[in-house]
Ligand binder design. Structure first.
Ligand code: SER
Length: 875
């Protein structure tokens, strides 16, 4: 059976048993506890936890799930069993069928559909699970084909917490010739004899943080069969790499390297790694993961770089991974259309990474070799590993792997210290004044928070509120009073002032009470939940326990709100136009403008910018009311609300929705209706690092001010050019063209009279027998005007009044000039006659006065002859 046939046989078998066939979920799990989707059950966690229900009449679900596992990346390729990317066939029941039904189907499918002989099948069961032992026996499995294993083998968990349970595994006996020969060899042994191909988990517990197991309300089934592994068994091949799909990818490598698989262990290793990693890379990119330095981006980068490095070892360099992608698309594109749809993205990202790493790889290897040559002992220093990482882009795991092959280890602790020091440098470089100030203040804010508790924030509903002063700080010290003219911090029990957070700037405004008047310059949160109003007291004195009125600059706040909601709309528009890989990487939301950083791998085309602007403005002009509500993080995720990757959220979260289009977790201030934004104008798009781009934009009054400014600029230009407003570009283009022509003409003139040129001409002066100096020479390209100008200069600098005859080539034509002073003419020089005589030699003619004559001709090849004629006449 081919891989495709096995996949289909499995899914239709379980469909026929009442399971709903569902698509594979993304490799980016909707689950903050996991980096990547590594099992079929990941998308079904909410069902196990009864947060979601499967509709009737289905008894369960069945899927083929794309999975990535890289915890053992360094052994991938060295064994025939491990893969970074694989497909897992699964069926799942949420309280409908359980052990007996599952075991029955597993055996039936194995024997009757796949045709595996019962005598070759072995079954392991969790140590105290007598029930399952009995079930296998009832189904006709001989006693000596059933064994018990402990927690490590037969208890399955996706992570430290969450749905889990005991499991029973099915093994296929490849025969003693594959075994280790040990008398204890049995299912669970590390050797290749017994291959585990199907894991049936009886998911009946929810693992808690403290390690305890809580019974789930219903008993569930979660099974997983590695598609490549079962294909290897059925196709009678020794490893996953010889199954149909992977073997086709190995063949791509054979072609690239001009090698044959199976002849040389080192070459085979590279071919396997290239085949395996290229699949993982293709699928990860298709699901929106970009190479980066953290999280899944780092996993992707490591896979890419490991493949590039292994390819390099067997002489494959440059852009080669796309050859694999083409083959993967051909082999798997019908089951996973996303890899076809994102072909362009895959191509570009892979080539960019090949360029980036390819440029430093050889240098890095040379550096490493040099370090190894002088190494004493078996430990490579953390500094060397760090340099390889920082300067040459070697992921530390790859360095470990390379040196590990020679029995050397990397000093990982020292490497981590170097990394931490680098992070620290970055942090302190970027540390804001406020934080620097905070550290000099010591714990004064923490003390205030302890003493008075968090500030009650009422600013979502109000921009003005009565409040009581609960603490005052001046120069980092607690004080009881702030006097007129002093600067300091005011802390209130309640405030409408928003403290800078999540990219949104802090509010400004006033805190007043009768004669007291303090201007709030900025609002920040030095401790979580504690709002600090940085003020300048402009009149009166303000004391602890005073009751005051806190008044936010509402006009400014309204502008901030417009820009904040606009940022969300922009985010959604970018995802719509550029794709789902777009993720927020940072933002600034101020009253005058907004800035949005996001992941994307190349500069946007002007048309894409226009499209994003159009989509965003459509949403704005649709006048969509915003809805803001609080919910739990799980609920929000279940509803597909956008959360920022890497952000830590509380379990209670706030959701900001602008219709269906934009739904984000956000604690900031927003408009009530998108129409308030007026319109949005993107003012710039630029790069801020690898795979991160920045958009700056303005809205409402800011956009108006921007457009006004552009218009004023245009009007001024139009008035200078003396043309109507919309003729500016046309006129500018024609002016530029004339300017260029003038510049060229000027340049030619300049060349002709350059000092060196003049000196050279002057040095060629000869004495005519009639008694005057004459220069007869070929000169560089010049038109007639340039030649006359040249004569002016030469004439002034000749030792005595003389004459000049020159010939040159200009635009493929010959140009001649003869010129003389009156003195030379008096001694017999006749420019007109000379030019007339020279003309035929250049296929043209001309003439003039005795003092000045010029001619042109179409035959520049005759220039020398023409000059010879002049020499004969004059000298
Ligand atoms: N979750 C189990 C596994 O991944 C069975 O699907 O092995």
């Amino acid at each position: 059976m081919t891989t495709a046939q096995i996949r289909e046989a499995y899914l239709s078998y379980f469909e026929s048993k009442g399971c709903k066939r569902m698509p594979s979920s993304s490799l980016i799990p909707d689950d903050p506890s996991l980096l990547l989707t590594s099992a079929g059950m990941v998308q079904f966690k909410p069902y196990f936890l009864q947060q979601k229900q499967l509709e009737e009449p289905y008894v369960g679900t069945t899927t083929v799930q794309k999975c990535v596992r890289t915890n053992d990346i360094d052994i991938i390729g060295t064994t025939g069993r491990h893969l970074s990317f694989f497909e897992m066939l699964g069926n799942f029941s949420f309280g409908k069928y359980f052990k007996r039904e599952m075991c029955t189907m597993a055996l039936d499918f194995s024997v009757n559909v796949l045709g595996l002989p019962l005598e070759k099948l072995y079954f392991t069961v969790f140590e105290d699970d007598d029930e399952t032992i009995q079930i296998w026996k009832d189904l006709g499995v001989p006693d000596d084909h059933i064994s018990r294993l402990g927690e490590d083998d037969n208890f399955w968990r996706a992570g430290p917490t969450g749905p889990c349970g005991p499991c029973s595994e099915l093994y296929y006996d490849q025969g003693p010739e594959f075994g280790c020969g040990s008398p204890d060899c049995a299912p669970g042994c590390d050797c290749d004899r017994f291959l585990e191909y199907w894991n049936c988990v009886f998911t009946q517990f929810d693992g808690q943080e403290d390690g305890s197991l809580v019974e789930l309300p219903k008993k569930n089934i979660d099974t997983g069969m590695g598609l490549e592994r079962i294909a290897a068994i059925l196709q009678g091949v020794q490893t996953n790499y010889e199954t149909d799909v992977l073997r086709s990818l190995i063949a791509v490598g054979e072609r690239l390297a001009g090698a044959t698989y199976g002849e040389d262990a080192t070459v085979d290793l590279s071919l396997r790694i290239m085949a395996d990693h290229s699949r993982a890379v293709t699928f990860m990119i298709a699901d929106g993961i970009l190479p980066g330095n953290e999280g899944r981006g780092y996993v992707l980068r490591r896979l890419l770089r490991r493949a590039i490095m292994k390819a390099h070892l067997i002489g494959v360099e440059g852009h080669f991974l796309n050859e694999y992608v083409d083959e993967i698309v051909r082999l798997m594109g019908d089951v996973y259309p996303e890899i076809v749809e994102n072909r362009e993205l895959e191509r570009k990202l892979i080539m960019a990474e090949e360029d980036r790493f390819g440029a430093t790889l050889a240098h890095g290897q040379a550096y490493l070799e040099q370090e190894l040559a002088t190494l004493s002992g078996t430990t490579l220093s953390g500094t060397t590993a760090f340099t390889l990482h920082d300067t040459y882009g070697f992921p530390v795991e790859i360095t470990s792997e390379i040196v590990g092959e020679r029995g050397i280890q990397v000093d990982m602790d020292a490497f981590e210290r170097e990394m931490e020091a680098q992070r620290e440098r970055a942090r302190s470089a970027g540390a804001k004044d406020a934080e620097a100030a905070w550290s000099t203040y010591g714990g004064v804010y923490a003390d205030i928070l302890n003493e008075v508790g968090p500030t009650a924030f009422v600013g979502y509903q109000h921009t003005e509120a009565p409040a009581t002063v609960v603490a005052l700080v001046r120069d980092g010290q607690r004080v009881d009073v702030l006097e007129a003219g002093e600067k300091g911090d005011i802390f209130l029990d309640t405030t409408p002032f928003y403290a800078e957070m999540g990219g949104e700037v802090g509010d400004t405004g006033r805190i007043v009470d009768g004669q007291v008047h303090a201007y709030v310059e900025d609002t920040t949160a030095p401790e979580k939940g504690l709002v600090r109003h940085s003020v300048k007291v402009e009149g009166g004195r303000i004391a602890t326990d005073d009751t005051v009125e806190a008044i936010v600059d509402a006009r400014r706040r309204a502008s901030i709100e417009r820009n904040h909601t606009a940022t969300h709309i922009l985010h959604a528009a970018l995802r719509q136009v550029l794709g789902d890989h777009v993720r927020q990487a940072g933002s600034y939301v101020g009253p005058d403008r907004l800035r949005f950083d996001y992941t994307h791998f190349e500069a946007m085309m002007p048309e894409q910018i226009a499209e994003v602007e159009r989509v965003a403005n459509d949403r704005i002009m649709e006048a969509v009311p915003t809805t803001i509500y609080e919910t739990t993080l799980d609920e929000a995720r279940a509803n597909g609300v956008t959360a920022l990757f890497g952000e830590k959220y509380d379990t209670d979260v706030r959701v900001v929705e602008a219709g269906e289009f934009s739904r984000e977790l956000c604690g900031g201030c927003h408009v009530n209706n998108t129409a308030e934004i007026g319109f949005l104008k993107i003012t710039s798009e630029s790069s801020v690092g690898s795979n991160t781009r920045r958009i700056e934009a303005v809205t409402s009054y800011g956009a108006l001010a921007y457009v006004d400014k552009m218009e004023a600029e245009l009007r001024e230009t139009a008035s200078m050019l003396k043309v109507p407003l919309f003729d500016v570009s046309e006129r500018t283009a024609s002016n530029l063209k004339s300017m260029k022509e003038l510049q060229q003409a000027a340049k030619r003139g300049k060349e002709a009279v350059s000092d060196d040129g003049i000196n050279e001409l002057l040095s060629m002066a000869q004495q005519a027998p009639a008694g005057y100096p004459v220069i007869i020479a070929k000169t560089p390209a010049q038109e007639a005007g340039g030649q006359r100008h040249l004569w002016d200069v030469v004439r002034a600098r000749m030792a005595a009044p003389g004459a000049l005859v020159i010939a040159g080539e200009n635009d493929g034509k010959a140009v001649l000039m003869a010129a003389a002073t009156d003195e030379a003419v008096a001694k017999g020089f006749d420019a007109g006659q000379i030019i007339k005589a020279m003309g035929p030699a250049i296929g043209g003619g001309g003439g003039g006065k005795p003092t000045m004559a010029q001619a042109g001709g179409k035959n520049p090849a005759g220039i020398e002859d023409a000059l010879e004629i002049a020499r004969n006449m004059v000298l």
